[in-house]
Design a protein around this ligand. Structure first.
Ligand SMILES: NC(=O)c1ccc[n+]([C@@H]2O[C@H](COP(=O)([O-])OP(=O)(O)OC[C@H]3O[C@@H](n4cnc5c(N)ncnc54)[C@H](OP(=O)(O)O)[C@@H]3O)[C@@H](O)[C@H]2O)c1
Length: 329
């Protein structure tokens, strides 16, 4: 089968489309014919050996995919050949055949296409975990989302809107602001001067800040986020696409009765193997109703995986980039 592999750690340009043997499912695993793979930020880091989770090259890239079950390993219950599924794994998705852990695999409602499904696992599971589990979001609360037109950002906006929150997205361009409003966010503001714009909209502050962006090398965006929080509000730390990890002066938390909470979906799943099932159950009604439909920025053939990953570095992506492996129907 064809698979896109990291052979040397020299960035997205150095990945290779290779002919390799199709993997077989072991106990607790599912084999699938991949329809689409989602392109995620960690893959960009993995091509340079910079991601926290390291694999020895050569290895097949790809953290998430959708497709059709072809075989199940020993002890797998609830899945059978022919099922339409989406899955998240730490490698293997950029390939014609993938092996996925059954406990990180979900069945799709009929209303969700395989194309949409490939953009779901990482972003929706992380966004749901951030807002519902770590942020304890309730209907009627206010949420500020950084990088709101990005892959994770659009999922955060959709989940927050579906849960009945009022949402303000922070983005770098007017074009991205349009994308965020089209998802149902009531407000979209530009990242330059976002604090003043948010204070004008919500003088008492917002209940939650969801931040996958962090700080630029030359600025302190995170402290401005803390300044946007209402009393008892929480800033959720999700990632650092802008390049620098913020430092927090904790006296600021004390003085304003606000908090900071880390959101590490992978670490939570490693300790709680039933997490995905419960999360999918919580999201099911929104999935069926079409409220969690990923924005698809571009779809590339598997052969152009390098170009697809490279897109994430341009900062121009709105929503999700996918690889088409074997289209539906
Ligand atoms: N905590 C978790 O469990 C978890 C799970 C999954 C992913 N993540 C992390 O979440 C982050 C976001 O992932 P994603 O897939 O949403 O990425 P993405 O689609 O590329 O979006 C990231 C956003 O960051 C903003 N940004 C600001 N400065 C940037 C820069 N210098 N370069 C690129 N983007 C920049 C951009 O928005 P503007 O242009 O509008 O500023 C962009 O839309 C990644 O760091 C990823 O590793 C965390």
């Amino acid at each position: 089968m064809k698979a896109v592999q990291v052979v040397t750690l020299d960035g997205p340009e150095s990945i290779e489309l290779r002919e390799v043997e199709a993997p077989q499912p072991g106990p607790g695993e599912i084999q699938l014919d991949v329809a689409y793979s989602g392109v995620t930020f960690p893959e960009l880091l993995q091509t340079r050996g910079l991601y926290q989770l390291k694999h020895e090259p050569p290895f097949t890239l790809g953290a998430e995919a959708s497709g059709i079950v072809t075989a199940v390993g020993e002890g797998v219950e609830g899945f059978a050949p022919g099922d339409r599924i989406a899955t998240i794994s730490n490698k293997g998705g950029y390939a014609e055949t993938m092996i996925a852990p059954a406990n990180a695999t979900v069945k799709l409602p009929d209303s969700v296409s395989l194309k949409a499904a490939a953009g779901m696992p990482m972003n929706l599971l992380t966004a749901d975990f951030a807002l519902r589990v770590r942020g304890r979001l309730e209907a009627g609360q206010t949420v500020l989302v950084h990088g709101a037109a990005g892959g994770l950002g659009t999922a955060l906006v959709q989940i927050a809107v579906a849960m009945g929150a009022t949402v303000v997205g922070v983005v770098s361009t007017e074009e991205k602001a349009e994308t965020v409003r089209a998802l149902g966010a009531q407000h979209a503001v530009l990242s330059d001067g976002f604090k003043d714009a948010v204070k004008e909209l919500f003088p008492d502050g917002v209940d939650l800040v969801a931040d996958p962006v962090g700080n630029p090398q030359d600025g302190d965006r995170f402290t401005d986020s803390l300044r946007c929080l209402a009393t008892f509000g929480t800033a959720l730390v999700l990632g650092f696409t802008a390049g620098a990890i913020p430092q927090v002066k904790v006296n600021r938390l004390l003085l304003n009765n606000v908090g900071v909470a880390g959101v590490g979906w992978g670490a939570a799943f490693a300790k709680d193997r039933d997490l995905v099932r419960r999360q999918w159950e919580a999201m099911w009604e929104h999935l069926e109703a079409g409220r969690l439909d990923p924005v698809i920025h571009a779809v590339y053939p598997l052969e152009q995986a390098s170009k697809a990953i490279g897109e994430l570095e341009t900062r121009s992506v709105r929503g999700k980039v996918l690889l088409e492996v074997k289209a539906e129907g």
